[in-house]
Design a protein around this ligand. Structure first.
Ligand SMILES: *[C@@H]1O[C@H](CO)[C@@H](O)[C@H](O)[C@H]1NC(C)=O
Ligand SMILES: *[C@@H]1O[C@H](CO)[C@@H](O)[C@H](O)[C@H]1NC(C)=O
Ligand SMILES: *[C@@H]1O[C@H](CO)[C@@H](O)[C@H](O)[C@H]1NC(C)=O
Ligand SMILES: *[C@@H]1O[C@H](CO)[C@@H](O)[C@H](O)[C@H]1NC(C)=O
Length: 611
């Protein structure tokens, strides 16, 4: 196509085109065609289900996509055959830029008048991406150790942490940390130094009537929301028990719990519900855990407790560990004598029962009976306008969510997982797609290590990727395929706002997941994912108002150096993506399955850039 455009233009002018203004005009016209075209929606993946590969295309659509391709070919020409000309450069070397998380600028939030805790929340509306640049890795950055070694030892240069963070790290979940020369070691596994976490988990299990912590799964406890996870050691233990802990914590400039957990390969994201709900639907988690998580549970008339109630599944548990005795009369204070304290009063109103109280740990269980709320004296009202399926940073409420939901099912009754019937087809599709991806990645990974004659074809190391994000997760089929293929990865399954909300189904399978608007930055630190996967994401977003380049910059921010991106979409979208990928200096290859469909794969690797 490139040559035919070139030929036509050459014919008209009879010589090589030199007049930039002419090209500019032409590009503008073509760009207009593209913009008008794309705003009329390229949504192939509107409806949910296995990505479809439409063979029937209207001529109109074909033309439109051709225009996109031509447009980029022309730009390629105009840039003097130098595709690297418009490459972006690295951002400055300041520590804040190296660890840059958009939407969490406290001083900007205060300036804008946010208060009462709202200043700690995400405010993407205040965020402007002024200078487009690539977030630079710190000078001492090293590629993390592979899982599971990287769970117990990380490079101290990879995270932003100060001596003070170490000194103040006294809590149960934090203190088992030693600083070696340029490494931070977490000696909590296999009793190396400290087995406090194991004792703690066993005690929790006993409190809810189980023999040991290996019985959690049988009792229906799989997904655990760990608020303020310290440095992730409790989560690391739960992972070893095949549970799915998700750490959330507020944005922290240094010593960030979320950054440390992700660096160790443990599921985590930024989340704070001081004024808004977390981006998960109601009835999402089997357990919510807070060990010295710093939340004032008495605050805001119990709205934090109500948010926990919203997130818990029926029969789920709330665990609160706090070494300091609560002042008397506080919301969650415990029984003194025979008097009912305000907390008991309150937890009774929301139908929680105190199961156990040992040392500094209290455990409540949410009711499994949806009628409990209305039967209680002074019970809280059920929420009326419940859009529980699209709970995306809504304001905290003072009513009970989920009680009328079709998904109200006690965790103890959960038979092994969900029924696959509805998405069996998707399952099978992703199994074979994953095999294809892996065989595509194998030669790329090993291109640095050419095999010697007689060598077997090497397989990619099974632990090559650990932190994976599926940017458009459908029913979580990609996640299931990774587990099926025995890859030691966990997946952050993102359900984009505006697509059908399949998140409850994803969470019910025991996977991690979150709702997200891809026109905004993702709530995580830079360099936290080993692989981003997006099937149909680009066509889904093509009708949004947000800029593709900003999306690609954001993907670059959250990828570790040498990490992978796999995008699958239609030709037009993939061609566009390739241009962006080149601009942000990724190694990118377009792969054509060459069977007549218009689907393409884009496989990219983010290089380890120093300058
Ligand atoms: C061709 O693409 C279709 C999607 O339409 C896919 O299901 C199929 O597996 C591909 N066939 C081959 C031979 O690669
Ligand atoms: C945060 O906001 C303040 C005030 O608006 C601004 O001066 C500063 O540059 C911002 N910081 C970052 C890291 O964007
Ligand atoms: C939100 O973050 C602030 C600041 O770190 C913290 O004090 C507060 O406890 C957090 N609140 C909730 C409910 O997460
Ligand atoms: C849950 O299981 C219990 C017995 O284990 C049974 O009595 C109850 O009806 C079940 N509830 C549901 C909603 O299936």
């Amino acid at each position: 196509m490139r040559s035919s455009w070139f030929n036509k233009l050459s014919l008209i002018f009879g010589h090589r085109i030199r007049h930039n203004w002419f090209l500019l005009c032409l590009i503008s016209i073509l760009a207009l065609v593209v913009i008008i075209g794309s705003s009329s929606s390229l949504r192939e993946f509107d409806s949910i289900g296995p990505p479809r590969f439409p063979n029937v295309y209207t001529n109109y659509r074909k033309l439109k996509e051709q225009a996109v391709v031509d447009y980029f070919d022309l730009r390629f020409l105009a840039s003097g055959n130098n595709p690297r000309q418009k490459e972006l450069s690295l951002c400055g070397k300041e520590k804040e830029k190296e660890n840059y998380v958009p939407c969490y600028n406290l001083s900007a939030n205060l300036k804008a008048g946010f208060k009462d805790g709202e200043e700690f929340d995400r405010h993407c509306e205040l965020f402007r991406n002024e200078d487009r640049c690539l977030v630079r890795p710190p000078k001492e950055y090293k590629i993390p150790l592979r899982w599971p070694a990287g769970r117990d030892v990380i490079w101290s240069g990879n995270v932003k942490i100060t001596k003070d963070d170490f000194l103040s790290s006294g809590s149960m979940t934090k203190r088992m940390m030693l600083l070696e020369e340029n490494q931070i070691a977490f000696h909590n596994n296999d009793g190396l130094i400290f087995d406090g976490v194991k004792d703690y988990a066993r005690q929790l299990a006993e409190s809810i009537g189980l023999g040991s912590d290996s019985d959690f799964l049988q009792a229906g406890v799989q997904t655990v929301l760990d608020i303020g996870c310290g440095f992730g050691s409790f989560g690391a233990h739960l992972v070893s028990l095949k549970l799915m802990p998700i750490c959330i914590a507020a944005y922290e400039v240094t010593g960030s719990q979320v950054q440390l957990a992700l660096e160790r390969g443990l599921p985590a994201m930024l989340g704070n519900f001081s004024s808004r709900q977390l981006p998960y639907p109601s009835l999402s988690f089997d357990m919510v855990h807070c060990a010295q998580c710093g939340i004032d549970w008495d605050g805001k008339d119990g709205m934090f407790v109500i948010e926990v109630d919203r997130l818990l599944k029926p029969g789920g548990y709330f665990v609160l560990t706090s070494p300091t005795t609560k002042p008397q009369g506080s919301l969650l204070a415990t029984k003194k004598g025979n008097m009912l304290t305000p907390v008991e009063d309150f937890t009774q109103r929301i139908c929680w029962s105190l199961l156990d109280q040992q040392d500094d740990t209290l455990i409540w269980q949410k009711t499994a009976d949806a009628h409990c709320y209305e039967a209680r004296k002074q019970g809280l009202p059920l929420c009326q306008d419940e859009h529980e399926s699209q709970s995306y940073y809504r304001r905290l409420v003072k009513c009970i969510s989920g009680a009328r939901s079709k998904r109200w099912a006690p965790i103890r009754n959960r038979s092994n997982g969900v029924q696959y019937g509805e998405f069996y087809e998707e399952r099978e599709y992703w199994k074979s797609a994953l095999r294809n991806y892996w065989s595509l990645l194998t030669p790329l990974i090993f291109s640095d290590h050419p095999k010697r004659p007689g060598d077997e074809d090497p397989l990619p190391p099974y632990n090559m990727v650990r932190n994976v994000m599926d940017m458009n997760a459908f029913y979580g089929g990609f996640n299931a395929a990774l587990l099926d293929g025995k890859k030691s990865a966990w997946v952050m399954n993102v359900v984009p706002i505006g697509s059908r909300n399949t998140l409850p189904l994803i969470l019910d399978q025991g996977f991690a997941g979150v709702l997200h608007d891809w026109c905004e930055p993702f709530p995580t630190y830079p360099r936290t994912y080993d692989m981003l996967h997006g099937s149909g994401l680009l066509s889904l977003l093509s009708s949004e108002k947000c800029g593709m380049m900003d999306l690609f910059l954001e993907m670059d921010r959250i990828l570790r150096p040498e990490a992978w991106v796999i995008l699958s979409d239609n030709v037009g979208a993939i061609e566009m993506a390739r241009t962006h990928a080149t601009q942000i200096r990724w190694e990118a290859r377009v792969i054509d399955p060459q069977n007549g469909s218009d689907q393409r794969l884009l496989v990219c690797q983010k290089p380890f850039l120093r300058k």
